[in-house]
Design a protein around this ligand. Structure first.
Ligand code: ADP
Length: 261
């Protein structure tokens, strides 16, 4: 148990330091530095289907508010590449978008939430993804001293664009920059503009896996959206626009929900 917890922590901490580094970085040209400073962000959930842009928007919020992005997909992939006990258990399951058991993911999130950089808030991306995960998170935050209530933003993008975003996605394994062969190709086909590394495609970013991921999303994750809609402090934002335009709307929704309007 201790051994397993420490292996989880190992991966979490490495993903955490990456987040913390990003949190301290200067805003990008298209970021929204002129709004959103006034609030204490607290716990923010970014919800939505694979490919809606949760990770991209999480990075915008992280830069603005200097709070960490906690992506369970990234934490799990870090565990897989580090060969931790959790990574070994998760590897096969993640291959084509099936969900890792709730108790494993919940424990991983609990360890990450115990890091001090989450005190003013954090952005959860890819979690909760099932109703039991949502109930676990609600109970966890209810006993967290001084925690603000959750605010949830659901991003929406049409199915055909999701498919192009997912099947066209290519990642730089060195600088983590994300390209899209249809929508945002690199200058030299297959290679990163920044460092020249060969781009890679996630094993679950094929069309067949995408269908399965969308199926899981509809049956297991859509009820999570309804759960948070019913709690109030919930907003829907269309994600098929410029990153900065989507981010501006997400930020004003969070501000509005935090001010109780
Ligand atoms: P996407 O949202 O694009 O499907 P992620 O990077 O969020 O991709 O997740 C990749 C994979 O990691 C998922 O398909 C699933 O196998 C696993 N995973 C991520 N988050 C969770 C979670 N909260 N519960 C269970 N499995 C998860």
């Amino acid at each position: 148990m201790v051994e397993q917890a420490s292996s989880l922590t190992g991966a979490s901490v490495s993903a955490c330091s990456e987040s913390a580094g990003g949190a301290l970085a200067q805003p990008t040209a298209h970021s929204v530095s002129s709004v959103g400073h006034a609030v204490t962000p607290g716990p923010i959930l970014l919800l939505g289907a694979p490919g809606v842009g949760k990770g991209t928007q999480a990075r915008e919020l992280m830069r603005l508010w200097a709070i960490p992005q906690i992506s369970t997909g990234d934490l799990l992939r870090a565990n897989v590449s580090q060969g931790t006990e959790l990574g070994l258990a998760a590897k096969e399951i993640m291959q084509c978008g099936n969900l890792v058991p709730d108790d494993l993911v919940n424990r991983m999130v609990a360890i990450r939430l115990a890091q001090p950089d989450t005190l003013n808030g954090f952005i959860l991306d890819g979690f909760p993804r099932t109703l039991p995960q949502a109930h676990w998170l609600d109970a966890e935050l209810a006993v967290r001293p001084g925690a603000l209530p959750i605010v949830a933003v659901s991003l929406q993008v049409d199915y055909n664009l999701l498919l192009r975003r997912i099947t066209g996605r290519r990642n730089c394994p060195v600088c983590q920059r994300i390209y899209n062969v249809f929508l945002q190709p690199p200058q030299r086909d297959g290679f990163c503009d920044v460092d020249g590394a060969a781009l890679v495609q996630r094993a679950d970013d094929t069309e067949t896996c995408f269908q399965g991921r969308i199926g899981n999303y509809q049956s297991l994750t859509a009820p999570v959206i309804e759960h948070y809609r019913a709690q109030g402090r919930f907003a829907e934002v269309h994600g098929d626009r410029e990153v900065a335009a989507v981010a501006a709307e997400v930020i004003s929704a969070v501000e509005r929900m935090r001010s109780g309007a």
